[in-house]
Design a protein. Sequence first.
Length: 249
Amino acid sequence: MHRFYIAPENWNAHPPTLTGPEAHHARDVLRVERGNRIVLFDGEGREMTAEVTDVAPAGVQLRKLHEARTPALRCRITLAQAIPKGKNMDLIVQKAVEIGASEIAPLVSDRTVVRLDGADDAAQKQRKWRTVAIEAAKQCGQNWLPQVHPPRRVGEFFNETPRHDLRLIGSLQPDALHLKKILADYAAEHRERPSSVLVVVGPEGDFSPAELNLARSNGCRPITLGPIVLRVETAAIYCLSVLSYELLV
């Protein structure tokens, strides 16, 4: 069945109704009809099977058939990603949703190629990436939608981000440790796995020395991703995949 997103504040509407872009997609692209069954989700774990009762220009009205709740993942993973050039951030957001990230924080670093022209540009990019996240969740069956933050400078991000059980940063420095060892050391010290992890991934050319020092001073432990220098999008997917395998199941 086709999946559609309804914001949490509109979840308990009677009757449930698709409006805006979701209604357009259902009505004009997928051509849903009365009697069709679809699946709704709110991005906070709730899922509903519903039947289409009316298709109109104002929206698609539905009748609830069944509602369920998907438990939250056991570890909250935040990806802080320096914005790469081109459309690679779209890909990173898409894969972060599929792998199970809880938050995505786009960063503007000293070596970031992309430049933002004020608050309006930053808000526009945030809306775009949130749309990418919703589409990815619809496609892959993910009922938990990650929070997509507005782009921020690295220093601003560390000043505002809450604490995590474990903070990591991808690094090309010689003292960087393998992620497997850091996770093993954490488990040995705390007798449990972390319930929240921050992983920071740099731009093309890595973070500047000042940014790396700032990250270290804010508790980020440098991790190596192996002997091969990975592309930005590959590094993000690699880190999230390892953390998902080790911490989410």
